[in-house]
Design a protein around this ligand. Structure first.
Ligand SMILES: *[C@@H]1O[C@H](CO)[C@@H](O)[C@H](O)[C@H]1NC(C)=O
Ligand SMILES: *[C@@H]1O[C@H](CO)[C@@H](O)[C@H](O)[C@H]1NC(C)=O
Ligand SMILES: *[C@@H]1O[C@H](CO)[C@@H](O)[C@H](O)[C@H]1NC(C)=O
Length: 429
């Protein structure tokens, strides 16, 4: 188990324990649970775990653990004479509850509005809470519960809704909505960037083992390709795009992401100007002391790419026009299988509404949205929450995305050719 998984587990355990503590020792005044203004004080972390925003979205269909904890807490509260302040009736006092009555009892609400399960939302809130809360504008603190802040930010990323809509739904001003979205993106992209960090040498072993199980090819450490996210700027039709280079593993987890190149650069230019290229060429990442030997050829660790790149010893591309039934064709089929992993990541990122249409933001904020969704994508995979994951794939989409033809035009290194040829004999038929 790697350290990230462990950190995630520990943090979710802690939040579960906090809920339990709260249930065993309820605060002296149960009414304060439903009063959002009381959540901003840091001493009341227990109450945040089951505040109105969550209760509003939770339903019987959500994870058993959270749902059962919640029902216990409701029963407890009903045992008190709460009168008009019954928590089930006073949701209107909470700005976060203004997401519309139509969604409140819908079991799909969490995944529709936040692209995650309620339990993941809760886990994330526990993780980010101290960072979301600080740095309010000087002199005018927002006085919003961390869950509301997170909810606003995630709602924008998940649905792509504009600030006017967010403002209406959450009952806050547009300026506050924008502040919450920026804050969430900033916290994710600066403090949680390591979620999309390239695996260490020892972690790469399990990455390549899983690729080998899938394709038969040993020592494969990722699939690399580029995609472009369009930007919509202001009222004119002056659109632009952000080229994004992504490397994924066989579970479509993002191992490296470089966003921020102008979309008119081609994939090879982007690769060559990325730090990934530099790090690999300098042996900082990917280099392996013990290459795998296939048919007497030393096969170092490598990535698999498509025809828009050059063939390098660490970057293998499919063969052009292989003979039917040949090992080269097997290799190309293996390449197809790995490329599906990449396409699933591409499609999953675009399940985040903000990336699913031209991004309405300036260039810098556009890059921040791409970064944030990528980090969330990896967090969700680690938590086995597939709310935003695209698992279905049509062969036509695969074919329209595969560019085999380019490799003939690219540079084909002698050493790389020998490696690819040896590897082809290992590809599953
Ligand atoms: C990524 O997904 C988008 C949207 O579905 C699609 O247009 C594009 O072709 C996909 N692949 C690449 C390489 O961008
Ligand atoms: C927007 O597009 C229209 C037609 O597509 C064109 O006539 C117009 O000049 C464009 N405006 C700007 C600011 O690019
Ligand atoms: C495939 O790659 C080549 C070389 O980079 C490029 O010229 C061509 O336009 C690409 N084809 C498609 C369909 O993307």
């Amino acid at each position: 188990m790697n350290s990230r998984v462990l950190a995630g587990l520990i943090s979710s355990l802690i939040s579960q324990i906090l809920i339990l503590i709260f249930l065993i020792f309820p605060p002296p005044n149960p009414l304060s649970i439903t009063n959002p203004s009381s959540f901003s004080s840091s001493g009341q972390i227990f109450q945040q775990s089951i505040s109105p925003l969550l209760r509003h979205f939770l339903s019987a269909a959500d994870t058993a653990a959270v749902a059962s904890l919640l029902s216990i807490s409701r029963k407890r509260k009903r045992a008190h004479p709460t009168g008009p302040d019954d928590p089930d009736n006073d949701d209107d006092s909470n700005p976060a509850s203004r997401l519309g009555p139509a969604v409140s009892r819908n079991p799909e609400s969490f995944s529709r509005f936040f692209r995650m399960k309620a339990s993941t939302f809760e886990w994330l809130c526990g993780l980010l809470e101290p960072l979301l809360d600080c740095r309010d504008p000087v002199g005018s603190p927002l006085n919003l519960a961390p869950e509301t802040r997170l909810g606003i930010g995630l709602f924008r990323l998940a649905t792509g809704a504009d600030y006017a809509e967010i403002s209406t739904r959450f009952g806050v001003s547009e300026a506050v909505s924008e502040f919450c979205v920026r804050r969430l993106c900033r916290v994710l992209c600066t403090n949680y960037r390591f979620w999309v960090g390239f695996p260490t040498h020892s972690e790469l072993d399990s990455v390549s083992t899983r690729f080998e199980t899938l394709t038969g090819l040993p020592n494969c450490c990722g699939v690399i390709s580029c995609t472009r996210f369009n930007l919509k700027r202001g009222n004119n039709n002056n659109s632009d795009s952000i080229a994004t280079q992504i490397v994924v593993d066989s579970s479509s987890r993002i191992l490296s992401i470089v966003a921020g190149f102008r979309g008119n650069k081609n994939d090879l230019q982007i690769l060559k100007s990325s730090t990934l290229y530099e790090d690999i060429e300098n042996g900082v990442i990917l280099n392996s002391e013990r290459p795998v030997i296939v048919n007497g050829v030393d096969v170092p660790r490598y990535l698999i790419g498509n025809g828009e790149y050059d063939l390098l010893p660490w970057l293998l591309l499919p063969f052009v026009d292989p003979q039917i039934g040949s090992v080269e064709e097997n290799f190309n089929n293996a390449h197809r299988l790995t490329y599906v992993c990449w396409l699933k990541a591409n499609a999953s990122l675009r399940n985040w509404g903000v990336l699913n249409r031209p991004i309405e933001a300036d260039y810098k904020m556009g890059v921040a949205c791409i970064g944030s969704c990528s980090i969330l994508h990896n967090m969700l995979i680690t938590r086995e929450d597939y709310s935003a994951f695209c698992d279905e794939f049509d062969d036509r989409i695969l074919d329209s995305n595969l560019n085999v033809s380019g490799s003939e035009g690219g540079l084909i290194g002698e050493k790389a050719s020998v490696i690819r040829k040896a590897l082809a004999t290992r590809a599953k038929k």
